[in-house]
Ligand binder design. Sequence first.
Ligand code: PHE
Ligand code: CA
Ligand code: ZN
Ligand code: ZN
Ligand code: ZN
Length: 285
Amino acid sequence: APDIPLANVQAHLEQFQAIATANGGNRAHGRPGYRASLDFVKARLDAAGYRTTVQQFTASGATGYNLIADWPGGNPDDVLMLGGHLDSVSAGPGVNDNGSGSAGILEVALAVAREGFQPQRHLRFGWWGAEELNLVGSTYYVENLPAAERSRIKAYLNFDMIGSPNPGYFVYSASGQPAGSLALQETLQAALAVPTELTSVGGRSDHAAFARAGIPVGGLFTGAEVTKTSAQAQKWGGTAGVAFDRCYHRSCDTTANIDATALDRNSDAIAQALWTLAGAGATPG
Ligand code: PHE
Ligand code: CA
Ligand code: ZN
Ligand code: ZN
Ligand code: ZN
C-alpha cells in the first residue's frame, strides 16, 4: 500500500475548516456548509475517475445527502466499502468529528486512482449525511439498497474521528459481531503501526446499519469524550486524566484540534487495510 501523504489529508481538513468558516461556522445537516463539503469531495473524486452519485433523503424537515463513489472495475459481487460521516454538529466546524475520517478516506480513494489500483474486489466509498441526527444517512442507504445489491457488500469499514488531539488507537467491530467482523478487526489492527485496543462502540456510528444488515464491519477511532487513563498515556503518549477529544461536539473542533501523528497513522492504516482486503489485481497498463 502507498504511504498516504499527511499534507494531503491536512489540506482536505483546511478545506473543511474554510467551508465552515464561510458558512456560519459549521457543516451541519441542512446547512449550506454541508452541501459545500459534499460538493468539494465529489469534485475531487470525479476528477480522479470515480463514478459518483448523490443520494437524497429527508431528516428533520431538511434535505440530506449521501455521496457514494465507485471505483470502476473489480468483482461486482464482492464489494469492499469504506465510509464515514461528512456532517458536523451545528456547534462547530467538525474538523476531527468527522472531517478527519472524511479526509482520510478521500485521500485513500485518491491514492487508489493515482496508483491505478485494479483490485479483485470492487471498491466503494460512502460519505454519510445526518450522522449527528442519529445515523440517518447511512441507515437510509442500507435500508434502501435492494436485497441483491446489499448482499454484494461483503465488508464495511467505518472511520469516524481519526485525529483526536489526545489520541487513543481503538479498533472496533460491532456488537452482535456479524461473521467476518473479527477478521476485519484483525486486519485493521495489523495495519496500525502502534499498539491498539480492541473495543466495541455499539451503535455509535455509521457501521451500525451495515452490522444490522448482517454485513461484517470494522472501524478505527481515536476517542471522543472519554478520559485517557494513565496506562493509556504510558502506551500512547498524551495526557492522562484528559479527554481524548476535549473539543468533541464543540466550537473548538477546528484544524487546531487534530493530532497530526494520529491522523497520519490512521490514514496510512486505512490504505494498508484497503490494499490487504481488496486483493491484488491486474497491474495497470
Ligand atoms: N459517532 C460519534 C459522533 O459522531 C463519535 C463516535 C465515533 C463514537 C466512533 C464512538 C465511536 O459523535
Ligand atoms: Ca502517511
Ligand atoms: Zn459527532
Ligand atoms: Zn462522528
Ligand atoms: Zn506514515
